[in-house]
Design a binder for this molecule. Sequence first.
Ligand code: AMP
Ligand code: ZN
Length: 114
Amino acid sequence: MGECPFCQIIQGKARAIIVLQNEDVIAINDINPQAPVHILFIPKRHYENVVDAMEQDGSVVERLFRAAIQYAKSSGLSDRGFRFVINCGRDGGQTVPHLHLHLLGDRQMTWPPG
Ligand code: AMP
Ligand code: ZN
């Protein structure tokens, strides 16, 4: 996946601020943050979106949530609450075709989303 920006980061070919990493998940600060905390939890293996990931290995989605919840708890974010977002495909507003879970927090969220 040479052109994929997240694969480039995972392979160390592009820079990012890494906030957490384990065997199969990397978490980076979003380059265009929509909240004071805006972190992307990304599987190190390339899956185009959450549907593909579920079809190929559902446990990868669980591992993303586990890593993100671990971060939210250890950073104190889970006391006030936070938001998870997974955009999928064109109508979902997905702009990077490599599955990622957004963790947004440290401000009051509103509904409906845009
Ligand atoms: P989505 O619209 O759900 O596909 O989200 C893609 C997210 O990735 C956006 O919030 C972008 O700001 C973010 N993003 C794109 N390129 C980078 C990058 N090189 N480093 C960090 N975040 C990025
Ligand atoms: Zn990729």
